[in-house]
Write a protein that binds this ligand. Structure first.
Ligand code: AQP
Length: 334
C-alpha cells in the first residue's frame, strides 16, 4: 500500500523554496494516499537552537502546513520528538549504516564547513535519523526538493542492508523520492548557482513566508538577472540560471510549466516579467501568511492538531519498533 511521508526542519523561517519544493507538493498529495508530515525538531538541534525559539518554530512549521492547505483530519501532522521511536529506530540504523556511506553525504560537508571536528555528531548521523523517520512508517513515497535526493538514496541503502543482514527480504520497503513539479530546486534571488536557503546570510536572497507584499515586490525587483529579454523557447533558458529560476518560480506558483510561461512572456524584458511575477507571488503567499498569523496568534488549534497527529503516528511507530526488536533479537517481556 502507498504511504507518503515528509518533514521540514524546525530550524528557522520558511522560504519560497520550502513552499514550492515541499509544502505545496504535500497538499497536492494529501488526497492520493495516507500522508504523514512531521516537524523535524530532532533534526533541527543538530545545529544550535535556542530552546525558547525551538518551541515557537515547531508551532510555526505546523501553522505553515495547515495554512498551506494540509487538513489535520486527513494528514497526520506531528512533532518528531513526540514519537520516541524515531530516535530508537535511528540507533539500530546507526549500527546498519556504514561510515563510508555517511562520509559521502554532501550536505554534511556543506553544513559542517571548514571545521568538521566542531560539528555535532548529530549533524553527521542526520541522514540516518532521516532513514528512521521514513522507514518507521514503512513509507513508500517521500516528496522532497532536489537537495534531499542523496539522503533518500541512503535511506534505500539502509533499508536494503537491514533486510539482507537480518534475512527479512522486503521487510522495509525501498521508498521512492518524489521530486516533481517545476520548482524542485528554487535558487537564490542573488545567485543563480546557489540554492535558496534559510542559512543564506542575505535576506534579499530569499522570499520568506512571513514577508509582506512590499518586501516581496522589492526582492523580486532587485533579483539578479542578465540584460537579455526572456527567450522565445524553453531551451533558450539554458545557460541563463537566473532567468530560468524566475521562470520556474512563475510556473510553480501558477501551476503551469516553464513552456507555458515562455509562451506568454517570451521576448519580453524583465521590466515586464518581474512585476507580473511579484504580483503572482503576493497573490499566492498572502493568504498563507495571513492564515499562519491567525494560527500563531492562539496556538491552541495547532497544539490540538499536533497532539492528535502524534498519537496517530505513535500507534504505527510502536508496531514497527516492536517488530524490529524481535528481528534484531532484543529481549521483550513475554
Ligand atoms: N531551494 C529549495 N528549492 C526546493 N526545495 C527546497 N527545500 C529546501 N530548500 C529548497 C525542500 O524543503 C524541504 C524542507 O527542507 P529542510 O527542512 O531540510 O530544510 P533545509 O533543506 O535545511 O532548508 P534550507 O533552507 O536549505 O536550510 P539550510 O539553509 O539550513 O540548508 C525539503 O524537502 C527540501 O528538499
Amino acid at each position: 500500500p502507498r504511504r507518503i511521508l515528509s518533514g521540514i526542519q524546525a530550524s528557522g523561517a520558511l522560504h519560497l523554496g520550502n513552499y514550492l519544493g515541499a509544502l505545496k507538493r504535500f497538499v497536492a498529495l494529501q488526497d492520493e494516499a495516507p500522508l504523514f508530515v512531521f516537524v523535524a525538531d530532532l533534526h533541527a538541534i543538530t545545529v544550535w537552537q535556542d530552546p525558547a525559539v525551538l518551541t515557537a518554530q515547531t508551532r510555526e512549521i505546523a501553522a505553515a502546513y495547515i495554512a498551506s492547505g494540509l487538513d489535520p483530519d486527513k494528514a497526520v501532522i506531528f512533532p518528531q520528538s513526540a514519537v520516541p521511536q524515531h530516535a530508537e529506530l535511528a540507533w539500530v540504523f546507526n549500527c546498519v549504516a556504514r561510515l563510508g556511506w555517511l562520509d559521502r553525504m554532501t550536505q554534511f560537508k556543506e553544513k559542517s564547513g571548514k571545521h568538521k571536528e566542531r560539528a555535532s555528531v548529530g549533524l553527521y548521523t542526520y541522514p540516518v535519523l532521516q532513514a528512521a523517520d521514513i522507514l518507521l512508517y514503512k513509507a513508500t513515497e517521500v516528496p522532497v526538493g532536489e537537495d534531499q535526493k542523496q539522503h533518500l538514496e541512503l535511506t534505500r541503502d539502509i533499508a536494503a542492508k537491514f533486510n539482507t543482514d537480518f534475512g527479512r527480504p522486503g521487510y522495509f520497503p525501498l521508498p521512492e523520492p518524489v521530486i516533481q513539479g517545476p520548482a524542485t530546486r528554487v535558487m537564490s534571488l542573488r545567485d543563480g548557482a546557489a540554492k535558496m536557503s534559510k542559512s543564506d546570510p542575505s535576506d534579499q536572497s530569499r522570499i520568506n513566508l512571513t514577508d509582506d507584499a512590499d518586501a516581496i515586490v522589492a526582492k523580486v525587483r532587485k533579483a539578479k538577472t542578465d540584460p537579455e529579454p526572456l527567450p522565445e523557447t524553453v531551451e533558450g533558458l539554458d545557460g541563463r540560471p537566473e532567468a530560468k529560476n524566475l521562470v520556474a518560480i512563475y510556473a510553480a506558483l501558477s501551476d503551469s510549466t516553464a513552456a507555458e510561461v515562455i509562451a506568454r512572456f517570451g521576448g519580453q524584458g524583465f521590466g515586464a516579467f518581474k512585476p507580473a511575477l511579484a504580483e503572482l507571488a503576493v497573490e499566492a503567499l498572502a493568504p498563507v501568511t495571513a492564515e499562519m498569523r491567525r494560527l500563531m496568534a492562539d496556538p491552541a488549534e495547532i497544539d490540538r492538531a499536533l497532539a492528535k497527529g502524534a498519537e496517530q503516528a505513535r500507534a504505527i511507530a510502536e508496531v514497527t519498533v516492536a517488530e524490529v526488536k524481535d528481528i534484531v533479537g532484543f529481549w521483550r517481556a513475554p
